[in-house]
Structures are given as structure tokens and as C-alpha cells.
Write a protein that binds this ligand. Sequence first.
Ligand code: URP
Ligand code: ZN
Ligand code: ZN
Length: 460
Amino acid sequence: MATLIKNGRIITATDDYIADILIDGEIIVAIGKNLANNAETIIDASGKLVLPGGVDPHVHLDMPFMGTFSSDSYETGTRAALYGGTTTVIDFILQQQGNSLHAALDEWNGRANGNAVGDYSFHMAVTDFNENTKQEIKSIIETEGITSFKTFMAYKGALMIDDHQMVGLMEEVKKHGGMINVHATNGDMIDELIQQHREEGKLAPLYHYLSQPEITETEASERFVDMANQTGCPGYIVHLTCEGALNAVRNATKRNQKMFVETCIQYLILDASVYENNFEGAKWVMSPPLREKKDQATLWAGINQGLVQVVATDHCPFMWEQKLMGKDDFSKIPNGHPAIENRMELLFSEGVVKNKITLNKYVEVSSTNAAKIFGMFPKKGTIAVGSDADIVIMDPNEKHTLSVSSHHMNVDYSGYEGWELTGKVKTVLLRGKIAIDNNTCHIEKGFGKFVKRNKVSQKI
Ligand code: URP
Ligand code: ZN
Ligand code: ZN
């Protein structure tokens, strides 16, 4: 079954031109002017942008965390992602301390298999690196196609590993062609500040923010960068938020070290002023917390300097009732914020429309770079002959308003209520099939496929 997208303005990380795209089955088979018009489905994209499907490499769906589960399932989360133009997500499997990586993989497969609407892959979070875990790394990479390993330098007692484990894991992962992703904040410093605030009766969400000052992220980022340099293991810092942490990476480039950096949409466009001294601030209780305006400026510049390659979400939604678990103690508020559906439109409106980034850079950081870094390119992350037909058709001029009343994420508030955006995702194709059109989802749960990934490349 063939589909022809006619006369759209095709944007990739490097190109910008008007042409037709012919799709046969799941794959793009031709791109050119005035392609033959005998396809069963014809989509007129005149006046619209035609973009590669978004790739969000940092989401948490149905994740057990802080005594509860993130509220989007694979079904609701990947469907909401599609509405917002993200066709592939990478979720995090969490090893349970004392158990194997393969046991965790089985558990996550149980959650995702048959439930995803959009395509997905996994990172493997190693929370307990020991002789047994070490033996599993090779097969996780080579057999399962999971080539990135997440580590936490915070959340002591649940997810955090120490530097000894980090270095051991780096050696093993490097040997087999993988990469380490890191949540780089100093868990001990943070726990100390949390304890002090609680003892002083400072229990509002504001103190979540004040328990994780910039230095806690700068210190851990510097340490991680140094350990990666020492071991020669490829590294990727997730959800980087601030000037100090980015300077750690900038300094590493002076010794010609490559360190990949992800920030998230919220760190570019929101700041810590949301943490007023009332419980409303719980909507934005996430780790690391939102920072200052100077950090936003550093991150936008970092994107244009090529120091920040990816804009993700760290989508980790909780219902308001779940956030209320911490109404008397900020340290019990489940950490995380919903954005899987909003990322592409927010980044377009706040980034491209406001002239902070070019259209090509927009595609690079919302799709192409993540596909390249995580071994999915050119199947995902571009519009090219032979690539999966994951395509977003966007009206760059349409204005719309974000609201909980119209979003599709399974969460009962929006972190962006009332935000007026320019640029709306109109039609989304996933592997050649119309997934979203006319504000309706046309594919069912189970359509989403697991994407096995290649070994990492440090060339992007
Ligand atoms: O607040 C956050 N970021 N929640 C999800 C877990 C993590 O640290 O990424
Ligand atoms: Zn994290
Ligand atoms: Zn996360």
C-alpha cells in the first residue's frame, strides 16, 4: 500500500527543500519533484513542514518510583507522544538491587509488549553492579539490542551506585561497544540538605529546589566526565540543567574528550520562580529541579555551540493525588513532570519561532541526534530513501493553547496550562501508517514495535 505526501517543505538536520515523498509499506522509497500519482493515499502537504518523527530518548512509562508508579502506561504514553509528533521513545528499565538485569528486562517487556502504540526502545539502568551483572552486559548489548546503560549518582538506597561500581561498569560497557547514560547529581550532598531542611521544618516544594543547588550537579558532572575520560567509555549526561554542569563538558572538549549532553524542554523554558512557597510548585518537582534564567541562556547557547545534542523530556508523570503524597514533606513528592506530548511543539514555538534555533537545528536536537547517538540512524531520525516512514506534518503558523482539557497524557494537570503556541502537529505517520490525523489516533495499542539498537557511534 503506497502513500504519497505531496509538495511539503521537507526539513532534515541538514536540508530544507520542497518535494514529494513516496512511501511503500513501512519505508520511504522515493523523494523527488512531481512523483507519479498512483498511490492509494495522497496527502497534500503544501504550506506545511514535513519533519522526521521525533525521538525522545528519556521517558519513564509505568515506572515504579518513590512508592508509586508513573501514571502513563505504554499505551497512553506512546499515544500521547504521537499526538505531539514523537514517534519513537526510549524508556528506562530499572534493575532492582539484588536482582539481575535480565529479570528487569522481562518485567519491562511484560509492561510494554503488546501495549505500545508508538515505537520504543529501552535503556538499562544498572543499580547494582557486581560480578553477576558484569556477565550480563555483553548479551544485553549483543542479543537484546540495548546498548546504553543508565546510572544514577543520586537516589541513595534505591538507584544510586558508587564510583567504584561506576568505573567497573564503564570498563565492561566500553569493552562491548555500549555507552553510559548518567543522572549526574551528588546524592550525598542532596540527602544532607534534604535532612537539614526537614529538621528545620522546611517542608514545602521550594525546599526540593533548595536541596539541589547547582553545585550538586556541577560536582557530579565533573566527576562523571573525569571517570569517562579515565576509562575511555562513551558517556551521555541526561537532563543537564545548568551552567556549571555544561562547563564541565566544555572543559572536557579542551582535552578533545567527547561527552554527549541531553537537556529537557522544561529546563529551556521554565525557571525556578515556579517554586513559590505553596504546594502548587509540586507540579514541577523533578530532579534536577528547574534552574535560573542564566541557565536557560546557557542551554540555548549550548545547543547552538553543539555542546548540547538532544532535547528530551524526562517525561515522568504523576497524578495530582500522587503528588499529594508529599503535601507535608517535599522529599515524598514523586519526582517528575509530564511533557511527552508537548516537547516538539514547545521547542518549535519557543525555539524556532522565537529565533533561538534554526529549523535544521530543531530537527537535529528533537530527532536526528538521538537516533544517531543511540544506534537507530538512519532507520529513525531522518527523511531519506530507505528510512522508516516516521513523518510529522506540521502547520508552522497555526496557533493553539496547551491545556489538561485537551492533552492525551494520563495526568490530571498540565505543566504548561494556558501556554499559547505557534506551530501545530497536524498529521503523523509511523512506519508508513497514518497514526494521527484530524486530532484522532488511527492506530491501536500493539502497533508500536521494540527497536533493537546498534552499538553506539561517537560520530554524529
Ligand atoms: O524527576 C525526575 N527526573 N524523575 C524521573 C527520574 C529521573 O531522575 O530521571
Ligand atoms: Zn534522572
Ligand atoms: Zn529520568
